[in-house]
Design a protein around this ligand. Structure first.
Ligand code: AHR
Length: 500
């Protein structure tokens, strides 16, 4: 008996899934940079942590956002370039980010260290400029330092610091959370600041030799704020032709009880998942704010911070929290949501890459390992660059505080050779048999390969160096019955099925 039916509408293409939707975010916060990617007992001759870098290389991250977060709202990039011994030690208003666990920044890891890391990872950098305590000149100078190939003092400084050619940084964030740590601005105030910054940062476009710059504005989970921002930002002589390529928001959700010790794990997890799935609403509402003034064809939606933020993660411990398969399951649900909204989504950046919040890689002394969330990104990788198609799911739901939690999730995409379907049994209490029909395709004649995560794992145990390998993917048996695919999914299982 099937518990859930998934129909893949292979003719109903939503849009291309931009590979950038599988992107990441690293802030100078806790052990994300220092002891995360940079300087530890395991660093290589350039200062990077080999074990972490090699895990990240395998992940093929399209974009990495840096240096914050709120950290960026009080960061001055010139502190972090040039000879390390001359770089000033500074306090940053927002986070403790040094290995000594004091709220000071050594500036040992700066622009060149970050951009060289991106080159090594073959990842596009996304730099967040300081609007909160900085000024437009500082932001424009940063673009010039990074990208300009002519004969100026800033370009020469980059050359002296070891990089002859411009780095070609394409993505420029004009601030971070400017409704909060980025200056506590009203939407109108931020819109005016945005226009001022974008005028000078955007004028650097003609200094670039190759790609155009893409400018990114901060939005908010309060959608009235986004509407007011969009109205005001277009309210200039340039109107909506103003340089604005993407509008972002941040969406975190978490468990209210101790992740590993709680006795009511299922309830707490289900409440978290309901909150996580509000992502659908946020994407639709922020897209509506853009469409009220311009169009999402011209201004894409980025969720440039998202993921779990549990009670365990507090400023004092550098926002560290245990990693479990339940976190990973929520990430799978979010990647499905992004696929469903492929028509507006241009990027997403899970927070944060190493050691902080819903990190993908964790370190402890000499050890570095992949968390279950890493494995979800890896399993979902075939979606990157495919065309998303509509899926409909007929499955049981559970009432959670008057909200209906869907117990099975799915998304699907097409490439030239076939279809890739991801399925999640979001129910951590019961197994489900799921039947998948692909419109117009007789599964009897197809090559089907399927893999699954978490089918045999305890979902709520902390994943450490000792048990991380137990969370690796396994083959999944998929039968073909009357032209449809049928798979049994254990509680919390996440499956990837390729049909050729
Ligand atoms: O990711 C941690 C913090 O969350 C970031 O610094 C900030 O932008 C957000 O509030």
């Amino acid at each position: 008996m099937t518990d859930a039916q998934v129909t893949v509408h292979t003719q109903a293409v939503i849009d291309r899934i931009e590979p950038e939707v599988h992107s990441h975010f690293s802030e100078h916060l806790g052990r994300c940079v220092y002891d995360g990617v940079w300087r530890s007992e395991n660093d290589d001759e350039d200062g990077y942590r080999d074990d972490v870098v090699s895990l990240l290389e395998d992940l093929e991250m399209p974009v990495l956002r840096w240096p914050g977060g709120c950290f960026a709202d009080d960061y001055h990039w010139e502190d972090g370039v040039g000879p390390v011994e001359d770089r000033p030690r500074r306090r940053n208003l927002f986070w403790a980010q040094d290995t000594d666990e004091v709220p000071e920044e050594s500036n040992e890891f700066g622009t060149d260290e970050f951009l060289r890391l991106c080159e090594r990872l073959d990842t596009e950098p996304y730099l967040a400029a300081n609007v909160g305590s900085g000024d437009p000149q500082e932001a424009a100078d940063w673009v010039e330092y990074c990208n300009y190939e002519g004969d100026t003092e800033l370009a020469d400084r980059r050359r002296e610091n070891g990089h002859e050619d411009g780095y070609g940084v394409k993505y420029w964030g004009i601030g971070n959370e400017n409704w909060g740590c980025g200056g506590r601005m009203s939407p109108e105030q931020y819109a005016r600041e945005y226009r001022r910054f974008a005028t000078y940062v955007g004028s650097m476009d003609n200094l670039m030799l190759e790609d155009d710059l893409e400018l990114i504005a901060c939005g908010f989970e309060d959608h009235e704020w986004n509407h007011r921002f969009m109205e005001e930002v277009g309210n200039s002589a340039w109107g909506v032709h103003f340089p604005l390529d993407h509008l972002t928001l941040h969406h975190y959700y978490g468990r209210t009880m101790s992740v590993v010790d709680s006795e009511t794990d299922e309830d707490d997890y289900e409440q978290m998942l309901v909150e996580a799935l509000e992502m659908n609403h946020h994407i639709e509402r922020i897209a509506a704010a853009v469409n009220a003034v311009a169009t999402t064809d011209d201004i894409g939606i980025i969720i440039d911070e998202w993921g779990t933020w549990h009670t365990e993660a507090v400023s004092e411990n550098g926002l560290e929290q245990p990693g479990t398969a339940l976190d990973a399951l929520s990430a799978a649900a979010m990647l499905d949501v992004f696929n469903h909204h492929a028509d507006v989504m241009t990027m997403s950046n899970i927070a944060q890459t190493v050691n902080v919040l819903q990190c993908l890689v964790e370190t402890d002394g000499d050890d570095a390992w992949a968390r279950p969330t890493y494995r979800v990104f890896d399993l979902y990788a075939p979606h990157k660059g495919n065309d998303a198609v509509t899926t409909s799911v007929d499955a049981p739901e559970r009432d959670v505080d008057d909200e209906e939690l869907p117990l099975v999730g799915a998304s699907a995409s097409l490439d030239d050779d076939g279809t890739f379907v991801t399925l999640t049994n979001l129910d951590v209490r019961e197994s489900r048999t799921v039947e998948v029909s692909l419109e117009g395709l007789d599964a009897d004649a197809a090559d089907v390969e399927a893999e699954v995560l978490f089918a045999d794992n305890e979902l709520d145990v902390e994943v450490t160096a000792d048990n991380a390998e137990e969370f690796a993917r396994q083959e999944l048996d998929v039968s073909v019955e009357e032209g449809s695919l049928v798979a049994d999914l254990a509680p919390g299982a996440v499956a990837g099925i390729s049909v050729r």
